[in-house]
Write a protein that binds this ligand. Structure first.
Ligand code: BGC
Length: 621
């Protein structure tokens, strides 16, 4: 359709090989601006922009990965930002010390200062704590925090994570994921706060506030806070359980699922990441109507839009090293992890030839500058000179670990409690069984020290396994504990706690066609065997999503969904057991953030086994 200027268009179609349905920006919400207009800031941006060469401008739009560049590279090419992908680290060593991260941040900062007009930003995926760094506090993944429904807790988790990121000299996190998961076969379900757009919106706004500080107050993006990113715009959770899939929802349904962007913008989020997914066959990285027409123009988002990891390469006519179409659609910073050098060179040529219009180039640069100035980057100085840098005692501090443990307690959802078995008396003979019982790797899940979450538990420190937490609670009360993953025992136990579930995964590697999981037959047999011996059985499921567990549910007297609780497994024992004096210290308070499908093939079912919001208390009948 003929629609030249975006602003005046009531509706416009997207370019590309396939035409997405028309979008009607005027029908989308317009959040109240988080920050008042700031003419001084805008004047500063214009003054900087006027002095920048085309090469400097293009550099601000390109982001490379730290595993594919050196400080010497940054002296030559004026990049605006770097990221560490979920497998990248100083010296390519994921066990590099926090000090090495900070030292590398300093080296990169100094190198970039020689070439670029503004300091470099370093982004990381601190998505459940500062999870790429050895020694950091590892919080539950988002699905558990959605179950907890506690915005104040999320604010505190955001603030704690920001401090740990600051300790290592980094500036920016690619969190929160604000996907609304509509089919739990999706491998990224655990990154979602749930299936309800309002729940996701509340959680997202709270985490953004915690990470960045409250907009409009002096704490906003001060030295204790970091830049946040709402991702992945838009519709990543609505692709029928397929990662990077096609979302075929109507515009109205997509708009409903965008509530978290409205909330995050209202909280002042400074970055939005485009989704790998498509809407009606059009890749989001090329969807100008949604990125520019809706997000920027209608919703008034004035921060920067970043592309996802080579996501631009999937657009028709693009490659990893060239993609004017993504910039035209509204991507301001292109994540070109390994191909950054050629991407930069090609983009500079395209800017010079006019293939990328000067006005669009300037608009993208303005957004990057706005974010950098709001983050006080020019005034802050080298990473190690900033107030919290080098305070490595913040990583895994007792206060942060206590917060993570509280988050675990709040996230647990009780699905069954026959004969009021829970809370258990701790002065008892307890058998702890199952592959997940003493398995920090499994309870942390993906995005923990590496992308797929496969590091051995000994690398994830500090940490407490679920078993270790149970042992502490029971022995403190004078009871006894036996650990046996296969469920063997000597003296007959009073109760068996069986911990089992999914092995770690991330992104598309976690996509399932069936909700039956890898260890299903083994775990059900273990539960049935204990149950058949007349032993009271408590099942604890570790998983990034609901799974098909009808057999396990039937064999257990009590059943707890623990999600991916992270490193503070002691939070599970806190709720399973009474205090040593017999009193009730806690209760279950988690409620399902997604409905629990009844059939293994139904990632989203109209007649769930347990509805959205379900969750028992000790005393429920
Ligand atoms: C993911 C993003 C992540 C990025 C950088 C991508 O594979 O989709 O969520 O922020 O990698 O690690």
């Amino acid at each position: 359709m003929a629609c030249l200027g975006l602003a005046g268009c009531a509706a416009f179609a997207s370019p590309g090989a396939v035409a997405a349905p028309a979008v009607h920006p005027a029908q989308w919400p317009r959040p109240a601006a988080a920050l008042p207009a700031d003419p001084q800031l805008e004047a500063r941006i214009e003054a900087l922009l006027a002095r920048m060469t085309p090469a400097e401008k293009v550099g601000q739009l390109v982001q490379g990965d730290i595993d594919s560049l050196t400080a010497a590279d940054l002296r030559q090419v004026p990049l605006g930002s770097v990221l560490n992908g979920a497998n990248s680290a100083p010296r390519h060593d994921r066990l590099a010390s926090p000090r090495e991260w900070l030292e590398l941040a300093d080296r990169f900062y100094a190198a970039a200062a020689a070439a670029a007009p503004l300091p470099l930003l370093w982004a990381t995926d601190a998505i459940h704590g500062h999870n790429d760094i050895r020694g950091a506090t590892i919080f539950p993944h988002n699905i558990g925090l959605g179950a907890a429904r506690d915005p104040a807790l999320l604010r505190r988790i955001g603030a704690a994570t920001a401090l740990e990121v600051r300790a290592t000299g980094l500036d920016w996190t690619f969190a929160p994921t604000v996907a609304v998961v509509r089919d739990v076969r999706w491998g990224r379900s655990y990154e979602s706060y749930g299936e309800n757009p309002q729940l996701v919106a509340e959680c997202a706004a709270a985490l953004v506030e915690g990470l960045q500080g409250r907009a409009g107050t002096p704490e906003f993006l001060d030295a204790a806070h970091v830049l946040a990113t709402a991702k992945h715009f838009l519709g990543d959770g609505g692709t029928g359980g397929r990662d990077e899939g096609d979302n075929t929802q109507s515009e109205a349904a997509l708009r409903r699922d965008a509530a978290a962007y409205v909330a995050a913008i209202g909280a002042g989020v400074q970055a939005v990441m485009a989704s790998f997914s498509s809407w009606h066959g059009v890749k989001m990285h090329g969807n100008r109507a949604l990125l520019t027409g809706v997000l920027k123009e209608r919703m008034g988002f004035d921060g920067l839009v970043i592309g996802d990891w080579d996501g631009h390469a999937q657009l028709p006519g693009c490659s990893a090293v060239s993609c004017p179409a993504a910039i035209d659609a509204g991507i301001d910073v292109v994540m070109a992890p390994a191909g950054w050098r050629d991407f930069y060179a090609n983009t500079l040529a395209q800017a010079r030839s006019g293939a990328i219009p000067a006005a669009r180039l300037d608009e993208a640069v303005r957004r990057v500058l706005r974010v950098k100035l709001r983050a006080h980057l020019p005034e802050e100085g080298p990473p190690s000179s900033r107030p919290f840098a080098g305070h490595f005692e913040l990583l895994g501090s007792s206060a942060h670990r206590a917060l993570a443990r509280r988050a675990v307690r709040e996230s647990l959802v009780l699905l069954k409690n026959e004969h009021a078995l829970l809370p258990l008396a701790p002065r008892a003979r307890v058998l702890v069984a199952g592959q997940g019982a003493d398995n920090v790797t499994q309870q942390c899940g993906g995005f923990t020290l590496d992308w797929q979450g496969t590091r051995p538990g000994r690398d994830i420190r500090p940490a407490e396994s679920i078993y270790a937490g149970i042992r502490a609670a029971v022995t403190a009360a004078g009871g006894s504990v036996q650990l046996s993953p296969s469920g063997e025992f000597g003296a007959r136990p009073d109760v068996a706690i069986v911990v089992f579930g999914e092995s770690p995964y991330a992104e598309g590697a976690g996509d399932l066609t069936s909700l039956a999981y890898d260890g299903e037959a083994r775990d059900r047999a273990l539960l049935e065997r204990l149950h058949a011996q007349g032993i009271a059985v408590v099942a604890v499921l570790i998983s990034g999503r609901p799974l098909w567990i009808e057999g396990e549910l039937a064999a257990a007297d009590a059943f707890v969904a623990a999600w991916l609780p992270g490193a503070e497994g002691g939070g599970v024992a806190d709720v399973l057991f009474r205090a040593p004096d017999g009193s009730r210290r806690h209760d279950f308070r988690g409620r399902l953030p997604v409905s629990w499908p009844r059939a293994p093939s139904a990632g989203a079912s109209p007649q769930p086994l347990f509805p959205y919001g379900y969750g028992l208390r000790y005393a429920s009948r």
